[in-house]
Design a protein around this ligand. Structure first.
Ligand code: MG
Ligand code: ZN
Length: 216
């Protein structure tokens, strides 16, 4: 019975996500669902991406948080349109929340929409929002065992960004083994080791992103 209820919820979510996707497509907006655990560096990555793509594409951001608008305030200083979603305790965004937020995004003025999901490696993987690509940030301090513990989100990711590689000298993290495990679960995945602190690897990430948008 419980499983049926969950299936119905996810089915309804897929339907709304499809409508969101059509709305994005009809406005020629490419959308990325950015997921990670709390503190992996989603907001920092968005800031660095905005800086590197200035003049190359027009970006908008939807910020998903349990509460507060701290990240949205930081991002709006970069001069891009930001819409905040507060889930009021909810641990993931769903297509319905994304739909309401999309009503406030100036879709005609942007080409790339980055949706920062709630920091969580579990349910964001279950709820499509209407995105074109799923991007997962996994950071060095989290440890290299996360693909074993949270396989679904690694399976769903189109790209995995290994963030905070500047910390590799201080922490135990086998980047090679980590990448091999992910590739074993998900052949198509692209993996980008990078650091938002030193800037290493960010060029490769933004080039991939532009290529996905057909601007490569
Ligand atoms: Mg954030
Ligand atoms: Zn959740």
């Amino acid at each position: 019975m419980e499983i049926k209820v969950l299936k119905d919820i996810l089915g309804a979510n897929e339907q709304i996500a499809g409508i969101n996707r059509q709305l994005l497509d009809s406005n020629n907006v490419f959308a990325v669902n950015l997921m990670s655990s709390p503190g992996a560096g989603k907001t920092s990555l968005i800031l660095e991406t905005i800086k590197r793509l200035k003049g190359k594409t027009r970006i908008g951001v939807i910020e998903g948080d349990v509460s507060s608008s701290l990240d949205a305030e930081v991002i709006s200083k970069e001069g891009v349109p930001v819409v905040q979603i507060n889930t009021g305790g909810g641990c993931h965004l769903d297509a319905n929340m994304a739909s309401s937020a999309l009503g406030n995004v100036p879709l005609k003025d942007i080409e790339l929409l980055i949706i920062e999901n709630v920091g969580n490696l579990i349910c964001p993987a279950e709820f499509a929002l209407g995105e074109h690509k799923n991007v997962l940030i996994s950071s060095i301090p989290e440890g290299d065992d996360k693909p074993f513990k949270y396989p679904l989100i690694f399976h769903k990711a189109d790209a995995v960004l290994i963030n905070k590689i500047d910390l590799l000298p201080y922490l135990k993290f086998d980047t090679e083994a980590f990448s091999q495990v992910i590739k074993g679960m998900n052949e198509e995945v692209e993996i980008f080791p990078l650091s938002c602190t030193t800037g290493e690897g960010l060029v490769q990430w933004v080039s991939w992103l532009m290529a996905q948008m057909g601007k490569g």
